[in-house]
Design a binder for this molecule. Structure first.
Ligand code: T1G
Length: 706
């Protein structure tokens, strides 16, 4: 067995070094070796105390998430956690001071191991946290029982329900840490441990008594947290289970509270919610791995950038660069348009400042990195240009032709097009290997997804550079192929087709939006269109018509174009699928006009409108996404189903607890998905043709992930 926990005695202290790269995750063998090493240290006459430390860049980043796949039933989990809890108590019962020395991250099981130590010291830039809820779990190694004893129930509730890491200075103030080591962590920890040994000081966290007042305050904090989770939990079960476990710890003795924690953990780990969130955790790390772009592909350093077009998207993109500390030129055709763009950026930063997320100085410093211009002066100094002009082929081609002459040959030329053929821009630029798509999602300075569209001749260096840049800009970059609408909008067209047809067949925009927000989407298709602008979709349809194409096979509802002709673009015009108090207002009301239009269009298409159940709405929409997703995969415009799930989770807020449209399809079962496609084909028409990959997987008894 690999030596995952090294043992040595330094200066009379046993040093136990956990070495399980890359993040010292607590794989089952690591737990075992920690147990052995602690026993050895306690028995070692040469050691007065013990220090537990992580090798490499971090302490322990948690339990090995992969190992949870082995816990098929709650009973499996209860058996496993009984061992873990007993091991942690043995550590806590060590007869010599046991000190956790933390650098990098102490997360999840990592912080729980540290809490079972008698003392915790850390570097000042270390972070500690209980992020289990992000995986649909709760702390399952005593964290819901020990953390309230260390930091109080309120702090424990916050840490375990929002899952965010806490910086060391704050953790020290909260009582989670006992000391911040100024210089070398190991020698600081050894000195700290020796001091405790000299003073015969041992502190068992489980024996910390929570006073009656604290219990009362803690139970009130639990009630308050349950109330606020109604707004923030977004249908997730795990945050509520955290409150249940911490509450049990306030009401019951340690051992009984621990049993309650283990039971709640066991339910969570076997849940679809947790499986979906664990899937997305690894899928998000997989998207960065592009099969034919090896890890050692040269990467271009992006020190200076430029954006062409200061509209809503261009302005947001420029903010991304400035927020990452990269100076950026922002070009517009004329001063008036430029002033509008800069004013929007200034307004966005003012909003951020008003929320206390940036200071005035920070805003001014960031804004100073954005240089507005109406010329290409300075474009020969930048490493990347992102074009964000109007979604029109001719305009984009002429822009790329210009960029091909005003920028350096090694400059990367990216387009923020959301649908158009990247290869045509590449040809126009005269250096196709430098051209690719950087498709941001609105609002570009907020949405985390960056669809990186690979053209026929895009270089591997441009791809690798884009993936690294995405991380620097705080985005999740996903590499996709160059088909119409790429992956995100290509599949969205089928989502919208079904949304429109369900309206014509009898559902209402309110019902469809309600059902899909209850399903977990942040906004329904009609609310989303009113935010993005009905005119945007209309112009894309006009362009498609001009090249004899449509966005999705099957009947196209005329209603969105009729709204466009009426000048109803959504929130920005005060009316769209809903009526709004005023242009720009978000307060919406139902507009009977929509029902009238639906009746008229249904009549034109000979449809007798009928009551439509909520389940049919979810089934039609998710089936359309899964079927088109299968086509995207078989045509190799996406590398893995996980890439599609990440695109939908970060691009459209597809509910993370469902794992994304492809994982969700597996949860429903592909045989069911296929039978729905065939049922809809029989009921509605041949445009519901099953994707060959879907049929193949069902025939082989497989899923997208099996
Ligand atoms: N288990 C297994 N693999 C892990 C892992 C983990 N806990 N954490 C990271 N990895 C892998 C990851 O897949 C990637 O692999 C590589 O390590 C580098 O990660 C009992 C129930 C620590 C902040 O939720 O948040 O403890 O792609 O790319 O950006 O109560 O990793 O290279 O093959 O993310 O520097 C709780 C999860 C677990 C923390 C580092 N812990 N990890 O970020 O690197 S549940 C977490 C992170 C638990 C107990 C419970 C981040 C990081 P590959 P990376 P990074």
């Amino acid at each position: 067995m690999a030596d995952l926990v090294r043992y040595e005695v330094k200066n009379g202290v046993a040093v136990l070094t956990i070495d399980n790269p890359p993040v010292n995750a607590l794989a089952p063998e690591v737990w075992g070796q920690i147990d052995e090493a602690v026993k050895r240290g306690v028995a070692d006459p040469a050691a007065d105390a013990l220090v537990l430390i992580g090798a490499g860049t971090t302490f322990i980043a948690g339990a090995d998430i992969k190992a949870f796949e082995l816990l098929k039933t709650p009973a499996d989990s209860m058996a496993r956690s009984a061992g873990t809890h007993a091991l942690l108590k043995r550590m806590e019962d060590a007869s010599k001071p046991l000190v956790a020395a933390i650098h990098g991250n102490a997360l999840g099981g990592g912080l729980e191991v540290a809490q079972a130590c008698h003392f915790r010291v850390a570097t000042k830039d270390a972070r500690v946290g209980q992020p289990e809820v992000m995986l649909g779990l709760i702390p399952g190694a005593g964290g819901t029982q020990r953390l309230p004893r260390l930091a109080g129930a309120k702090m424990a509730l916050e840490m375990c329900t929002d899952g965010k890491p806490v910086p060391a200075p704050k953790a020290l103030a909260a009582g989670i840490l006992d000391h911040i080591v100024a210089d070398d962590l190991l020698s600081g920890a050894i000195a700290f441990a020796k001091d405790k040994a000299t003073k015969h000081e041992i502190r068992k966290v489980r024996e910390i008594v929570i006073g009656a007042d604290e219990v009362k305050a803690g139970l009130e904090a639990c009630a308050a947290m349950r109330a606020s989770l109604k707004k923030t939990a977004r249908g997730l079960r795990a945050p509520y289970a955290v409150v249940d476990a911490i509450e049990a710890g306030l009401k019951l003795p340690f051992d009984e509270g621990s049993v309650r924690e283990r039971e709640l953990f066991a339910d969570c780990v076997a849940s679809t919610e947790s499986k979906a969130l664990r899937h997305l955790f690894f899928a998000e790390r997989e998207v960065a791995k592009v099969p034919d772009v090896p890890k050692d592909t040269p990467i271009k350093e992006i020190k200076r950038a430029a954006v062409v077009g200061a509209g809503t998207m261009g302005g947001g993109i420029a903010m991304n660069y400035a927020n990452a500390g990269i100076p950026v030129l922002l070009k517009e055709v004329d001063q008036a348009a430029l002033d509008r763009g800069i004013a929007t950026i200034r307004r966005n930063y003012d909003v951020t400042m008003s929320k206390g997320k940036m200071t005035k100085e920070q805003v001014e410093k960031t804004m100073a990195l954005i240089t507005p211009t109406t010329s290409y002066d300075g474009f020969d100094q930048v490493d990347i240009v992102t074009e964000a002009v109007f979604e029109n082929m001719d305009l984009k081609k002429s822009t790329f032709a210009e960029l091909g002459t005003v920028t350096r040959p090694d400059c990367i030329l990216a387009s923020n097009s959301s649908t158009l053929d990247i290869d045509q821009f590449a040809a126009a630029s005269g250096r196709p290997q430098q051209v690719l798509g950087h498709h941001y999602f609105s609002p570009a300075n907020v949405m985390k997804l960056l669809e990186i569209v690979r053209g026929r001749e895009t270089s591997k260096e441009a791809i690798a550079t884009s993936l690294k840049l995405a991380k620097k800009l705080g985005k999740v970059g996903v590499v996709v192929g160059n088909c119409f609408g790429f992956v995100a909008n290509r599949m969205l067209a089928y989502y919208m087709r079904e949304a429109y047809l369900l309206l014509e067949e009898g559902a209402s925009v309110e019902q469809i939006d309600r059902v899909l927000t209850e399903f977990g989407l942040p906004v329904g298709p009609y609310g989303m269109q009113d935010i993005a602008g009905i005119d945007v979709g209309a112009r894309i349809r006009q362009y498609l018509k001009s090249i004899g194409k449509s966005r999705a096979e099957g009947p196209q509802s005329a209603i969105p174009d009729r709204l466009y002709e009426m000048g109803r673009y959504g929130q920005k015009t005060g009316a769209g699928w809903y009526k709004y108090d005023a242009p720009g207002s978000r307060n919406r009301t139902t507009d009977p006009l929509i029902e009238q239009l639906a009746n008229e269009e249904a009549k034109k298409r000979g449809i007798v409108r009928r009551p439509i159940g909520d389940e049919e709405i979810v089934a039609r929409i998710t089936t359309a996404l899964a079927n088109e997703g299968a086509r995207v995969l078989e045509e190799k415009f996406a590398t893995r189903p996980g890439d599609i799930d990440i695109i939908y989770a970060y691009g459209f807020g597809f509910p993370r607890r469902s794992g994304g449209p492809m994982f969700y399809a597996d949860t429903v079962g592909l045989p069911t998905v296929l039978s729905r496609v065939n049922e809809y084909r029989a009921r509605f028409g041949d445009y519901w043709e099953p994707a060959p990959l879907l049929e193949k997987l069902v025939k082989e008894g497989r899923g997208f992930y099996s």
